[in-house]
Design a protein around this ligand. Structure first.
Ligand SMILES: *Cc1c(COP(=O)(O)O)cnc(C)c1O
Length: 388
């Protein structure tokens, strides 16, 4: 293969380009109609009542933490195997990040480990949990909801990897990732490497009207001009009121149009991701390449296709030399220099660290061809067989 094969790649069609150009010719480049259309279509797709489009997934996390009341000293629990923004958002508000170990079967935050952490502290110590649908594997939010209710915690689901994913609860009810049927809030990203590309972009979903209204205000500086929301009498048509300290975290209409256009193809793209995953699964059966195959009832969204091997660096370098740009997701967040200053260290979470030492994300994106994938598979197997 002459062209490098990345682990993920966006797909932009002529329709996508036309949708963006339409906005460029319209009167609104930002705060126009494309935002509301994208929000409505996304909320419908995810199955949430409300959606708030924002500048990126990290801004979405930040606004959620603000809306949930994270402030100086607020203690929040998340997973070490995630993109660092899932933890950083707590720090933006002055809160304290606690980690708990992962379940080695699913690589998701282990609800049992979270329970153990909660039991080690007096009730009322912690305020919330941020579970992450890592790689697209849906978190069992029913289990987290039960725990959260027991301890009076909020739940913020980081669904950046999982639009279109779902899990089935013990009553047979299907919950879509980020539908906020069990979480208080959920967030998504439209970075080009994610399922839906908008250049940059993010979305918050919720079923809670109060949180929804608060988020709309926080997204636009904390300023409102809506008559029914004013705290003080309006002196005239120009009046707007700064009510809380908000941010400019808006999405532009160009980005919303691109996201909306991509959303029209999302089912076909998901089908292709699942097809590619099934081909990888089948190719690695009976080899020493460890895969994560979810049980029935789990609708994996396959943002990433992760394998675990004993010589991870060897495989990574071997693939690189063959023009396959695999990636590692993620270096455990608690081992990062920034988080070590708070006392976290290597050795704290053995499951996360063992996983990290063995993991590689193989190419996974809808336009990956069977031929390219066969080349990736043959390369992995060649490396594995040579090592044995
Ligand atoms: C991508 C990502 C984010 C951040 O999204 P941006 O749009 O890049 O800011 C947060 N959490 C997870 C799990 C992600 O993968």
């Amino acid at each position: 293969m002459n062209n490098p094969i990345p682990y993920g790649r966006q797909h932009i069609t002529d329709e996508d380009i036309a949708a963006v150009v339409d906005v460029l010719r319209s009167p609104y480049l930002t705060q126009g109609p494309a935002i509301g259309q994208f929000e409505q279509a996304f909320a419908d797709y995810i199955g949430a009542r409300y959606a708030v489009a924002v500048a990126n997934g990290t801004a979405a996390l930040h606004l959620c933490c603000l809306a949930l009341g994270v402030t100086e000293g607020t203690k929040v629990i998340t997973t070490p195997i995630t993109f660092s923004a899932s933890a950083n958002c707590v720090r933006y508000c002055g809160g304290e990040v606690y980690f708990a170990d992962i379940d080695p079967e699913t690589i998701l935050l282990d609800v049992k480990a979270v329970r153990a952490l909660l039991e080690q502290h007096p009730k009322g110590t912690f305020s919330g949990i941020i579970p992450v649908d890592f790689a697209g594997y849906p978190v069992d939010m029913a289990a987290f909801r039960e725990l959260a209710d027991e301890y009076g915690l909020w739940l913020l689901e980081d669904s950046c990897h999982a639009p279109g994913g779902s899990f089935t609860d013990q009553h047979g009810v299907v919950h879509r990732c980020g539908d906020s049927s069990l979480a208080d809030l959920a967030i998504f990203s439209f970075h080009p490497v994610k399922h839906i590309a908008a250049g940059e972009g993010g979305m918050i979903t919720t079923n809670d009207e109060e949180l929804y209204k608060h988020l709309l205000r926080l997204r636009t500086h904390g300023i409102t001009s809506k008559p029914e929301q004013l705290l003080e009498p309006s002196p005239g048509g120009w009046y707007m009121e700064l009510q809380v300290l908000g941010y400019n975290y808006r999405l532009t209409d160009m980005q919303a149009a691109l996201g909306l256009s991509q959303l029209n193809r999302v089912d076909a793209m998901m089908e292709r991701r699942r097809e590619l995953a099934a081909r990888y699964d089948a190719a690695f059966v009976g080899t020493s390449v460890q895969t994560i195959v979810p049980p029935a009832g789990v609708g994996h969204a396959y943002h990433l296709y992760v394998v675990q091997v004993s010589d991870r660096k060897g495989l990574y370098d071997f693939l690189r030399a063959r023009n396959i740009y695999a990636q590692v997701h993620y270096i455990p967040v608690h081992t990062m220099p920034y988080y070590r200053q708070f006392g976290w260290k290597s050795g704290d979470f053995p499951n996360a660290e063992r996983y990290y030492n063995q993991c590689v994300s193989l190419p996974m994106f809808p336009t990956l061809t069977n031929e390219e994938q066969d080349y990736v598979i043959a390369s992995v197997l060649e490396f594995i067989n040579a090592a044995n």
